[in-house]
Design a protein around this ligand. Structure first.
Ligand code: FDA
Length: 303
């Protein structure tokens, strides 16, 4: 993430700014650019509409960095409800989960146990669970949790970030375990010690990792980007790929491009976040594209 993006996160992380947004109707309206709504019904309706358009879906019940085990249990149960809804509404959907929402960093054993339980329930309805990748302080624990649970359930996926120097060596551990491997650039403010800072280098590493994933067998690469140059590179590599892979994009971003890929016959999965804890997610979307700040400030002054 560049300096401007980091600046955006430094401002939006302030409790006073957070209060303005989460307490106002304008803030909630702004969140609806990127979030399907606050309830599972909202998410299911969005998923159904996307399925009708030919897109698959990944449901994300928003939340991260819980501070009490009870909150982690609530999140786990919300994900179990998602699995039930996928079955009853016959959605073409899987789950995306942040492990700090299940208690990673607070009680790692609880987080791993909850992930395993969700994976078992997901297996019963024939779907999968992808573990999101969060701040670099959690990367090691996230990869380890993935290895542990995937060995038993076989239906996990994991996200990896091209801005981290360590990702190529993480793939040495991840690829032999199989499953869906989601390649993204990375959305957090990371230091020079652990991550490329310049967009050019993040993109170059993305292409190196992309080539590795698309030529690997036994995994399902998920190419998670809205960047036209990275998408073109993936299409080129796909010409010789014999095993399944997919594009992934975020709800509300580059909708026309999403439809174009579907119409061209590519498999596309849309990441559909929902829930009341949308603020942190929204700030990362703003930091990725500071042009969006205009909407943010207009909402803040109530216009
Ligand atoms: P880039 O930022 O270069 O954007 C390319 C173009 O896309 C822009 O020029 C603009 O047109 C459009 N665009 C991008 N972001 C936009 C925005 N917020 N608003 C409006 N337009 C925008 N990260 C992470 O750290 N851990 C994770 O687990 C995930 N998971 C994940 C899942 C999926 C399905 C996606 C698509 C992305 C993630 N990410 C993520 C986020 C990812 O790391 C990255 O921050 C964003 O996707 C933005 O990067 P792009 O690759 O789209 O390129």
């Amino acid at each position: 993430m560049n300096g401007l993006g980091k600046g955006v996160l430094a401002v939006t992380d302030r409790p006073s700014i957070r209060r303005i947004f989460t307490a106002s109707a304008a803030g909630r309206r702004l969140s609806l650019r990127y979030v399907a709504g606050e309830t599972l019904d909202d998410a299911a309706a969005a998923a159904e509409a996307l399925n009708d358009r030919g897109a698959r879906v990944s449901l994300d019940y928003l939340g991260e960095h819980v501070t009490q085990p009870a909150e982690a249990i609530v999140a786990r149960d919300a994900y179990l409800d998602c699995v039930d809804r996928i079955r009853t509404a016959r959605l073409d959907a899987d789950l995306s989960i942040k492990l700090t929402q299940l208690g990673l960093g607070l009680d790692d054993g609880l987080a791993v146990d909850s992930l395993a339980r969700i994976a078992v329930r997901a297996n019963e309805v024939g779907t999968t669970v992808t573990v999101d990748m969060e701040e670099s302080a959690h990367t090691e624990a996230t990869v380890t949790a993935f290895e542990e649970v995937q060995a038993g359930s076989g239906n996990l996926g994991i996200a990896v970030q091209s801005y981290l120097y360590r990702t190529a060596s993480d793939l040495d551990r991840i690829i032999p375990k199989g499953g869906r491997v989601r390649l993204c650039k990375g959305a957090y403010a990371e230091s020079r010690e652990v991550a490329y800072q310049e967009r050019k280098r993040v993109d170059a590493n993305f292409d190196v990792l992309l080539a590795r994933l698309m030529t690997s067998t036994g995994i399902e690469p998920a190419i998670a980007t809205h960047d036209a140059a990275r998408i073109a590179e993936a299409k080129k590599l796909a010409r010789t790929r014999r095993e399944p892979w997919e594009f992934q994009m975020l709800y509300g971003i580059r909708r026309q491009l999403q439809q174009e890929l579907i119409d061209e016959g590519y498999s596309l999965r849309v990441y559909v976040p929902f829930g009341t804890a949308w603020y942190q997610y929204l700030t990362r979307r703003l930091a990725e594209r500071p042009a969006n700040l205009a909407f943010f400030f207009r909402a803040a002054i109530g216009r």
